[in-house]
Design a protein around this ligand. Structure first.
Ligand SMILES: [Zn+2]
Length: 374
């Protein structure tokens, strides 16, 4: 009889998660059995659970329930399959929740994040015909145990804490967007959605590209103040609720306009559009927030301004060792962001807190499926 474990599972859309006993997954030839220590919640998780799923809704009918949620995990290796190389029980690891095919033209170049066969664990299928071999990894990581293909693991050095490395997937999303932005020394960078789960990572990472100024745009002035306190000489803030966004961006850029807009607005496309109008001629736009609204902007303005508009999606696996090193060396200071911790049995409470985002500080939410290891 299979051993059992606890897992936070979505059994029906629109219903609370069920934290329940399910069979512990079997370890195949190239699998690693991991005990997730922490699993960060991401912006889409509450929408998936509630059924209010706006990103790629066409794939929602392909979602096979039940499914364990959670796709930003760090953990400890408990067991390895017979053909696994380079990992052993006790290793501390980040589990890349993205499964890429490794064979397509994108995976063979620098574009695994846009692999057309990509799957994200604990999430809806991202294609109508998911790769069959990925099916055994469909579950997310908010569980006492999970299997992963050994190629999806990245070792964490002893001096990188689980707490600081949780959210590497989200940090990877931010990093890819910033690479796309091609920030150069002295740029003025506007980050919208700046107090959101990924937006915070964008602000923290953007500092590494030597900009002249980072303008963090979000709703809540109190949360923005905490973000600004991380680097008051570099970070300016604009509250879209209390400030005139256009006027404030004009002031902060001396009337010239910003060089780059890294847009992580989840909703409210007018913030994106207003920010685009405040870019300098030749400025660059990276759309990465997953907003489902239409952009309404003047064709003639875009032409006359000669803006570069691009977009970005997901992290690239080859970035993770570098990002782990950013954390180890303190270049990426994840400790500046508050973390709210919840046990596996409290996952519904965690989703509620994450959605409501109450309080005056920006924060990340971590689920601790194996609290004894955290
Ligand atoms: Zn691929």
């Amino acid at each position: 009889m299979a051993k059992l474990m606890q897992a936070a599972q979505l059994v029906a859309l629109g219903q609370p998660l069920q934290v329940r006993e399910v069979p512990r997954p079997a370890v195949a030839e190239e699998d690693v059995l991991v005990r997730p220590v922490r699993c960060g919640l991401n912006g889409g998780d509450p929408h998936l659970v509630s059924g209010d799923f706006r990103v790629s809704p066409e794939y929602l009918p392909h979602l096979k329930l039940p499914i364990t949620i959670g796709h930003d995990p760090v953990g400890v290796v408990a067991e390895v399959g017979p053909s696994v190389e380079g990992f052993r029980a006790g290793d501390r690891v980040f589990i890349n929740p993205n499964m890429e095919c490794g064979r397509c033209v994108y995976c063979r170049t620098d574009g695994a994040h846009i692999c057309t066969s990509k799957m994200l664990r604990g999430w809806v299928p991202l294609t109508a015909q998911p790769v069959a071999q990925f099916a055994r990894y469909k579950d997310g990581l908010c569980a006492e145990y999970a299997v992963a293909h050994y190629s999806s693991l990245f070792k964490l050095p002893d001096d990188v804490s689980f707490k600081s490395a949780c959210h590497l997937n989200e940090i990877g999303v931010a990093y890819r967007a910033l690479l796309r932005a091609r920030i150069t020394h002295g740029d003025v960078v506007v980050v919208t959605g700046a107090t959101g789960c990924t937006g915070m990572s964008v602000v923290l990472l953007a500092r590494l590209f030597n900009p002249r100024k980072i303008i963090a745009v979000a709703r809540d002035r109190r949360k923005l103040a905490h973000l600004q306190a991380i680097d008051p000489d570099l970070i300016e803030t604009v509250s879209v609720l209390e400030d005139n966004l256009s006027q404030r961006l004009t002031e902060l850029t001396d009337g010239i306009g910003a060089d780059v807009l890294v847009d992580f607005v989840p909703r409210g496309a007018e913030v994106t559009v207003q920010s685009m109008y405040r870019l300098r001629p030749g400025g660059r736009v990276i759309l990465a927030g997953g907003c489902t609204e239409e952009l309404s902007i003047s064709y003639r303005f875009l032409m006359r301004s000669s803006l570069e508009i691009s977009s970005s999606r997901g992290p690239c696996p080859q970035d993770f060792p570098l990002l782990i090193d950013f954390i180890r060396t303190g270049q990426f200071r994840s400790s500046t962001i508050e973390v709210r911790e919840f046990g596996l049995g409290e996952t519904n409470d965690a989703l509620r807190v994450f959605s409501e985002r109450t309080g005056d500080r920006p924060f990340w939410v971590h689920i601790l499926p194996n609290a004894d290891l955290s």
